[in-house]
Design a protein around this ligand. Sequence first.
Ligand code: URA
Length: 206
Amino acid sequence: MTSQDALDQLAAAIRACRKCPLGRLRTHAVPGEGPVHAEIMFIGEAPGYYEDRQGRPFVGASGKLLEKLLADIGFTREDVYITNVVKCRPPANRDPLPSEIETCAPWLHRQIALIDPLLIITLGRFSMAQFFPPSARITRVHGQPLMQEDRIIIPMFHPAAALRNPNWMQAMEADFAQIPALLAAMRVKRAARDQDASPPQQLSLF
Ligand code: URA
């Protein structure tokens, strides 16, 4: 089975999921979208009204801002994988409950394992909480990369928060501006890892 098949199967399983009450309230589950070998993965909070109607992530006002911030650094949304911690819309866009996050998060972690991105960018506090300790405050740690063995996690404000607060918009633009350099550094690190993992080349006798 190819990685694309595995990602498609995962999306189908997410669309059929009824593990928590949100599964009965949604119009569409929103597994996420983007290339299976995306180098960058964005993780938001949960689908909103428009995402629930269309079954696609970040298609409303937050999505428009995300696309603009990506364009500023030379990317389009088709270049990256976009998903959420919770795959179904909480009623009236309320915060997802801890039980909903706990039930849904394994889908996200299977997506991460399959896509194996170089950079993960968390958007907002619920997404940040998947990777950072509960004491982490987004106002303090946004834009500070967490270096892991195989990838970098960068916490950022949620686009909806940046749309409400001009200071956070500025912070988000500055945080996005770091992405190309961090991606380049991680490409070098990953290439070295892949080379170490490849079988030794037979030395030519001549
Ligand atoms: N906000 C999110 O966190 N995710 C979406 O998909 C849309 C809005």
